[in-house]
Design a protein around this ligand. Structure first.
Ligand code: GRF
Length: 217
């Protein structure tokens, strides 16, 4: 049976689009079984609808409390029989209600090199801190904020003229590469978690050296 994923989104959905594109190209062998948003007006939902992917807006304001809201999400994901939950720009922090329903079966894409810069507005924080590199991280979700075991990271340099927007755009391109790849590895059963360490079966050794920024002259 196909590996089934449920994608949680809140906004524009370019990472969702990257998953859709990868699956159309055949480089991702997973079926997007449902796209769920806490924001019923999220443009991401339209992206899914265009591809005839089932969508569901689950508005927290319609529920008495967070556990009830999250229980509605869990119900929907279970009805759709998803094997993996992907947070792709889902702007709400999950509580144990969802996390315990899908142990080690939820992943998130974060636009910084964790554990640096968890939370929000992280591109701005990276610029303000003056770091030379930032990037993005796909990680398993546990009950910490942006703190679960790391699957893959991609690095981008910061340039002196960077603004929050230019840096975010550079990072986003990498997000679109690494998120579908992480999902494919999981779908193919190549990912093993041991404590904080994640190993991917069958990865070739890298041969290039380390990066520096500015470059060594
Ligand atoms: C991305 O930068 C992602 O890393 C963060 O939220 C943003 C979502 O963008 N968690 P999009 O909705 O996928 O375009």
């Amino acid at each position: 049976m196909a590996f089934r994923v449920g994608v949680l989104v809140s906004g524009r959905g370019t990472n969702l689009q990257a998953l859709i594109n990868a699956s159309k190209k055949g480089v991702l062998s997973a079926e997007i079984a449902v796209v769920i948003s806490n924001n019923p007006k999220a443009p991401a939902l339209e992206r899914a609808q265009k591809q005839q992917i089932p969508t569901k807006g689950i508005d927290p304001r319609a529920y008495p409390n967070t556990p009830a809201f999250e229980e509605a999400i869990v119900q929907e994901l279970q009805n759709r029989k998803v094997d993996l939950v992907i947070l792709a720009g889902f702007m709400k922090i999950l509580s144990s209600t969802i996390i315990r329903a899908f142990p080690q079966r939820i992943i998130n894409i974060h636009p910084a090199l964790l554990p640096s810069f968890p939370g929000l507005h992280v591109q701005r924080k990276a610029i303000e801190h003056g770091v030379r590199f930032s990037g993005c991280t796909v990680h398993f979700v546990d009950e910490s904020v942006d703190g679960g075991p790391i699957i893959i990271q991609a690095v981008v340099p910061l340039e002196p003229e960077d603004t929050e927007e230019t840096l975010a755009a550079r990072i986003l391109k990498k997000e679109h590469q690494i998120l579908p790849r992480a999902v494919q590895w999981i779908a193919k059963g190549r990912v093993k978690i041991e404590g904080r360490k994640v190993t991917i079966a069958g990865i070739r050794k890298r041969d290039e050296g380390s990066l520096t920024n500015p470059p060594l002259d």
